[in-house]
Design a protein around this ligand. Structure first.
Ligand SMILES: [Zn+2]
Length: 461
């Protein structure tokens, strides 16, 4: 550089960059499938999370750096290009009649790991989301197109539900969901262009399998919830990934419980994930869901089942503790305050603490940050023992870290636990707090010594 750069001035940096299209399922990669007539079809698609956008274009490839993107793609005339935003214009390529340029509308400010595009021969079915005017399309190879209707119907139900839940319209003018023949993850929430493995999106409507239906519905709900929580507002750094993924998993359960109450999703399907995770989190090999991240390899390793399931379980506990109304209100404030920007989990916790204190929902001695940190920064979880003293009509609640081999427990770890309980003849769910201390006393005067007491109502605390 010949001249000295002046502070406060704006400079445009023009970088020429080229990269290879490999078949390694990350960055911009190519893959192929056999179509209905036995012919091999190629497609190119992207997967950038967490650190692969930098392989395709030069960028500050970290979630907190947001920028608007203007994407142009050259393609053969017999193929279709898709990106995060709708197509603005198609331009002929000079001297090359078989090729054209597709120019897409500029995106709102967004993180690089959510940028996406695909060039393929896939076909789609479409419908309009009537509440927000968003066009929703589901794409698949032609031979699979008849398996896309379930996903489209489900998305048409979930998008308006989430618009209402989050108090924010779907943030982009369109939504494409793709059934990619070879995809490394079950799904990826690219903004406005969600990629799915075929088995996570396609469903034969002649099948009656509730298990498959709920699996697909949960996957779609999870990815759709990221369009707001994760994409519109993004975590500042990957150490908060558990909140992003735990939230997607939590929202999938909310959606299924509200939209398909007859499936009894928690007791039939979800409980298995919960108990598998409780077991994994009781082993020596477990880790806290909040982790310090200093290398790219660590980011990849963070995506494990514990962060999804434990993250979801503790958000479920928070939702119950704050009440559904306060939980949603705090979330809506968070999404409005940090829209098109990034935030840390503590930004969300402080919004919750303020509302919860105002409405006297949590004790003055508890903050939502302290509650959530006790669960996210420590591995494992407490086992709570209740010992009832009938002579004084009280009970003592005691917490100890649960490990696979209880005899070896020597941990000093303590948690904030809002312990829920009901008693015989009183269906009101009450809460007694273990506030980061070993024991607390519960007063049972008036409930009678012949009455039973049940803790951890519906596994919410
Ligand atoms: Zn996710």
């Amino acid at each position: 550089m010949k001249n000295i750069l002046n502070e406060g001035s704006t400079y445009t940096v023009d970088i020429k960059f080229s990269g290879l299209i490999l078949d390694n399922l990350v960055g911009l990669y190519r893959t192929h499938y056999v179509d209905a007539y036995g012919a091999s079809k190629w497609l190119a698609t992207t997967h950038f999370q967490p650190v692969y956008a930098r392989r395709v274009f030069p960028c500050f490839d970290e979630p907190s750096f947001k920028a608007p993107f203007e994407i142009s793609i050259a393609r053969r005339t017999n193929m279709t290009a898709l990106s995060n935003m709708p197509l603005r214009e198609t331009e002929p390529m000079k001297g090359n009649p078989d090729w054209v340029w597709d120019h897409f509308h500029q995106t709102p400010p967004m993180s690089t790991y959510l940028v996406a595009f695909t060039i393929s021969n896939m076909e789609s079915i479409a419908a309009e989301n009537t509440t927000g005017g968003t066009t929703i399309r589901v794409w698949a190879p032609r031979a699979d197109l008849h398996l896309t209707k379930y996903a489209l119907d489900v998305a048409l139900e979930i998008v308006p539900f989430m618009e209402e839940y989050f108090g924010v319209k779907f943030p982009l003018p369109k939504l494409d969901m793709l059934a990619i023949p070879n995809f490394g993850k079950a799904a990826m929430e690219n903004w406005g262009l969600i990629s799915f493995r075929k088995s996570s999106l396609l469903f034969d409507t002649n099948s009656k399998s509730i298990k498959t239906k709920s699996f697909i519905l949960a996957k779609i709900a999870h990815e759709l919830s990221h369009q707001w929580f994760g994409n519109l507002v993004t975590m500042e750094w990957w150490s908060d990934l558990w909140l992003n993924e735990g939230f997607g998993t939590f929202m999938a359960e909310v959606v299924i419980t509200k939209l398909r109450p007859k499936w009894h999703s928690y007791s039939s399907i979800k409980i298995r994930d919960t108990y598998n995770t409780l077991y994994a989190d009781s082993l020596k090999s477990t880790h806290s869901i909040q982790m310090e991240i200093t290398s790219n390899t660590q980011i990849e390793q963070t995506f494990d089942p514990i962060i999804y399931q434990k993250g979801s379980s503790i958000l479920k506990m928070l939702n119950f503790t704050l009440t559904e109304n306060v939980f949603r209100k705090g979330l809506q404030q968070y999404l409005k305050k940090y829209a098109y920007s990034s935030a840390s989990q503590d930004d969300l916790w402080s919004l919750y603490t303020r509302t919860a204190r105002n409405e006297s929902i949590i004790p003055q001695t508890v903050t939502v940050k302290a509650l959530m940190h006790s669960w996210s920064t420590q591995s494992g979880y407490p086992m709570i023992t209740i010992t009832r003293d009938y002579s004084t009509q009280t009970a003592i609640l005691n917490q100890t870290k649960f490990t696979e081999n209880l005899e070896n427990t020597t941990s000093d770890a303590l948690w904030y636990v809002p312990v829920t309980y009901i008693t015989k003849g009183d269906n009101t769910v009450r809460v007694v707090w273990l506030e980061n201390n070993r024991e607390t006393k519960l007063n049972l005067t008036g409930i009678g010594n012949d009455s039973w007491i049940l803790l951890n109502v519906d596994e919410t605390g």
